[in-house]
Design a protein around this ligand. Structure first.
Ligand SMILES: [Zn+2]
Length: 276
């Protein structure tokens, strides 16, 4: 898939292309190539396999309660999706709780945040990583559910957030057009199609050659990063996204709309939970 632009014209409903603000509005995008200036890049294992629950890695930096590794299964806060939590197990068997994961000092690095007072591992040490999988899987299901819901509510997305127990999108839309029952029904109907999700990688040049795709993003993807990832849900959604998603939307199960609220002129908030 790498570097291959497989987007086929016409396989996405036009309305999904109206989602012109990705979830990561205003956030620094995670660079998708290790070849940036300075710093040690982290290989993002979750990007190619969001289902990895454990992995081994080597410590490349450890200071100020933060650990950087040569590779990681921990997703760093971004795109409205919280950073992962879990454990890092040292060579001596000591288990360090990872309380949060953030983007590191350089665009391509990931910082694992360790609870205060814990002794940090040595640089060069080999460690095991254990993800809090139930939490992450709930985030993946809710995150993917937002992609689907953004194709049911046809309006620009002005914000979004995902938590382990609920998620929301803000739309620039008239309140009277938001009907909880209709949104719930429409989203669950799409989920029931059981479509497999796909990552589509495009290069800067390919994106340049597809200006109509760029129009869907009010936030331009980073230039010079080499490649940009889109999440495609065939016949439902296509948008740039670096988060973690379920392999098939059937895994979402279903959603319930728990609240619709006016959060401002351009922010009508729809909040959802997993139905089961
Ligand atoms: Zn996404």
């Amino acid at each position: 898939m790498k570097g291959t632009f497989t987007f086929v014209e016409g396989d996405v409903h036009l309305q999904s292309l109206k989602v012109n603000v990705p979830f990561n509005e205003g956030e620094r995008p995670l660079q998708q190539t290790p070849f940036d200036e300075g710093g040690v890049p982290t290989e993002l294992l979750f990007r190619d396999d969001a289902y990895l629950k454990t992995a081994t890695a080597r410590v490349v930096a450890a200071r100020d309660g933060q650990i950087e590794l040569d590779r990681t299964i921990f997703y760093p806060l971004g795109g409205g999706q919280p950073g992962d939590t879990g454990f890092l197990v040292r060579e001596n068997g000591e288990r360090l709780a990872i309380a949060d994961t953030r983007k590191g000092e350089t665009p391509a690095s990931v910082a694992h945040l360790i609870a205060a007072g814990s002794a940090l591992p040595e640089v060069g040490e080999s460690v095991s990583l254990e993800l809090d999988w139930p939490r992450r899987y709930a985030l993946m299901r809710l995150h993917t559910a937002l992609h689907v819901m953004s194709c049911v509510v046809i309006a620009p997305v002005t914000g979004g957030n995902i938590a382990p127990d609920k998620a929301r999108l803000d739309f620039d839309i008239d309140m009277t057009l938001l009907d909880a029952g209709k949104i719930e029904h429409g989203t669950n109907e799409m989920i029931a199609r059981g479509v497999a999700t796909e990552s589509v990688w495009i290069t800067d040049e390919e994106l340049d050659a597809r200006p109509e795709l760029v129009k869907t993003m009010s936030v331009q993807p980073p230039r010079g990063a080499g490649r940009i990832r889109l999440l495609r849900i065939p016949d439902i959604d296509l948008q740039p996204c670096s988060g973690t998603h379920v392999a098939n939307i059937a895994e979402i199960g279903g959603i319930r709309v728990i609240r619709i609220r006016n959060e401002g002129k351009r922010n009508k908030r729809v909040e959802i939970v997993l139905a089961g």
